[in-house]
Design a protein around this ligand. Structure first.
Ligand code: WTA
Length: 637
């Protein structure tokens, strides 16, 4: 156990276990009052709510009848006190740097919002943002939010195919993109991918293109417009629209258990209240802090803790465009040193990759500005935790292991660093208002130290509202396992101190480098390849990325297994989904193990990749039939 350092606790927003307990108790006993108080304190409202929430499971509304605006909360309300405070400290991969104050960021957002307005966009419209990690991506998000245009950011590492599916599902008329971005010294050619996607998206009227790399792009007449040309002529004032508290702020697509990604919908007032609260509770944010979350804006962590949370809380945020190993593996530590980062938030995968590079690299830099470290996205193994604590935090900085999901909008389980003693590998205790529990198949609480399903029993302000265009799937995915109760899809156990230990997904979702990827999504891509007859995909334990994608393949007549084909298939998946989904391993099999009713026995395949009972030699066909026959009886249900 690591108790909060006394010096840290004495200055913390929540400085003792008793203070945490008191907050938790108040929120549990009087949720309406508690959340109304938080909303009034943390968010600016143009009009007050009638009541704090309305819960008709599985649907919830927060701060019903109130009016607010996320862009206003992230910008305008800071102008008086923080106008000349840096809002964004940006470092591009090539080394270019920009520092924008709140006043400057406000100016950029207003001008760009006026551009969108002049093109006829307004509240209720939808925009896709497919951009590199540059400040203009934040401008794009906040300009949309300012007018009530619902945005969906698509991670720049996603392929044209994935982008197309999202544009179509959202029925977006507007796409904001860039010529490209920098990654490991190479240009990621975003506009080119966007053009490929847009060939099948006739509904898109405008494509606004930021010039970032200066790479050559084709501009389609009547559709494509240059960002800088439009912005040059725009007015610098644009009032934020007062929007309903339940106005859709953004949709973010994430993998589910089928081949089709789910558009997770978040709305305005509750989301903003919750992410702002957690900036203080979890990150103990102080006025003078320099906050750096390394996540890409294409993932929920980038939304909640790079953009909306920190800016709403008035923080100075660091934003870095490129790869952690460019030009060397100490790039991140150089950024911490140069910008005097105080709060640093990253993923266990990144930490494990950095551990491999040794201790000399961080030792070359002055990391003394750091006071708090965080992790997110996957369980952190205690050895990686200890290294992070000792080598990066010099034994001085608490580590907040934050458990949450795209669906939860904000952090639900994490230590309040001034209050809660840490145990490496545990997310510790839930936030106030979060009634998290580990239950068995019937929804009954599991005894201490027993594995079960992680559920959240009450609604919270930043929970997803629905799946875009598919309320039935929303209900079925999240509220049917235990009727009326939010099912996370994670297995967990609670120890004798009530601490949560997350054990991983219970569904067919893999977690690769902290990115969610559905086995079905990869399978459906594989079976579209001309050589593939059948495919079964499982997550395989991996030293750095947590899990890696492992594919079992049977081939069509006339195709031979071999290294060339394996490489082809890996490339095919990367092309269809994105490089982060590239399979680690392709294994060819004679047949896939199935139950008598025809279901692929994934559990068996998972055992095979974990225990290596069958050879991984790609040039020979594995006879999984034998293993299957042995295990068949056990698996019939
Ligand atoms: C996993 C990322 C263990 C979990 C914010 C969850 C974690 C999924 C942790 C959500 C953590 C996230 N410890 N596992 N601290 N944080 N996970 O939607 O399986 O990309 O369900 O959201 O990541 O991934 P998502």
């Amino acid at each position: 156990m690591y108790p909060p350092p006394a010096e840290f606790a004495s200055r913390a927003h929540v400085g003792s276990l008793e203070a945490y307990g008191e907050l938790y108790r108040r929120a549990a006993e009087h949720p309406e009052e508690f959340w109304a108080e938080m909303a009034a304190r943390e968010v600016h409202w143009f009009e007050q709510w009638n009541h704090a929430f309305e819960w008709h499971p599985p649907f919830v509304k927060w701060f019903v009848g109130a009016k607010t605006n996320a862009s206003y909360n992230c910008l305008d309300r800071h102008l008086a006190g923080r106008g000349s405070k840096p809002a964004i400290i940006f470092e591009g991969e090539p080394g270019d740097e920009r520092i924008w104050t709140y006043r400057e960021l406000h100016g950029h957002v207003c001008r760009f919002a006026n551009v969108l307005k002049s093109r006829g966009y307004k509240a209720g419209d939808r925009a896709i943002i497919y951009m590199p990690m540059v400040p203009e991506a934040v401008v794009a998000m906040l300009a949309c939010a300012r007018l009530g245009i619902t945005h969906s950011v698509v991670f720049g590492g996603f392929s044209a195919e994935a982008l197309k599916a999202r544009i179509q599902d959202l029925d977006a008329h507007l796409v904001l993109t860039a010529d490209g971005g920098w990654r490991r010294g190479r240009e990621v050619r975003l506009k080119e991918a966007a053009d490929e996607a847009l060939a099948d998206c006739p509904g898109v009227r405008d494509v606004i293109v930021l010039k970032r790399t200066g790479g050559t792009v084709e501009m389609k007449q009547g559709r494509d417009l240059w960002w800088h040309e439009l912005e040059a002529g725009a007015e610098a004032e644009c009032p934020a629209e007062p929007l309903d508290s339940e106005h859709p702020l953004f949709v973010l697509y994430t993998s589910g258990t089928t081949g089709k990604p789910k558009g997770i919908l978040h709305t305005t007032g509750g989301y903003l209240t919750y992410v702002t609260c957690t900036m203080k509770w979890v990150f103990d944010l102080k006025e003078e802090d320099v906050f750096w979350c390394t996540a890409d804006i294409g993932w929920v962590t980038g939304h909640s803790y790079l953009v909306y949370g920190p800016l709403s809380a008035g923080a100075t945020c660091v934003m870095y465009e490129g790869a952690p190993d460019h030009p060397g593996w100490d790039r991140w530590w150089g950024i911490v040193e140069r910008h005097r980062v105080t709060n640093f938030y990253t993923s266990p995968t990144a930490i494990r990759a950095l551990i491999k590079q040794g201790e000399e690299l961080p030792a070359r830099h002055d990391l003394s500005s750091l006071r708090l470290l965080g992790t997110v996205g996957e369980p952190i193994n205690p050895a990686a935790w200890e290294w992070y604590h000792r080598v990066i935090g010099k034994g001085r900085c608490p580590i907040v292991d934050t458990w949450w999901q795209t669906e939860t909008g904000g952090i639900l389980i994490a230590p309040m660093p001034g209050a809660v003693p840490l145990k490496p590998g545990s997310g510790t205790l839930p936030m106030p208002g979060i009634e998290a529990e580990v239950v068995d198949f019937h929804g009954k609480p599991a005894p201490p130290n027993t594995e079960g399903f992680l559920v959240i029993k009450r609604p919270w302000p930043s929970m997803l509202r629905t799946i875009w265009g598919d309320p039935q799937r929303y209900e079925q995915q999240y509220f049917s396992r235990i009727p009326g109760i939010y099912f996370t899809g994670d297995a967990a156990r609670r120890d004798e101190d009530g601490y949560f230990w997350i054990l991983g997904r219970v569904d067919d979702v893999m977690n690769v480098s902290g990115h969610r990827l559905s086995t079905m999504e990869v399978e459906s891509v594989l079976v579209r390849h001309p050589a593939v007859a059948e495919a079964a995909v499982v997550g395989k334990p991996h030293e750095i990325t947590g899990q890696a994608v492992c594919c079992f393949i049977t081939l069509k007549q006339g195709f031979e297994p071999g290294d060339g084909l394996a490489k082809d298939l890996r490339q095919w998946v990367a092309h269809e989904i994105g490089a982060f989904a590239r399979p680690e391993e392709i294994r060819f099999a004679e047949t896939l193990p199935k139950t008598r009713s025809g279901k692929i026995m994934r559990r068996l395949l998972r055992e095979i990749v974990t225990s290596r009972t069958v050879t991984g030699d790609v040039t020979t066909l594995e006879d999984l039939g034998v293993v299957a026959r042995l295990a068949a009886q056990e698996d019939e249900d």
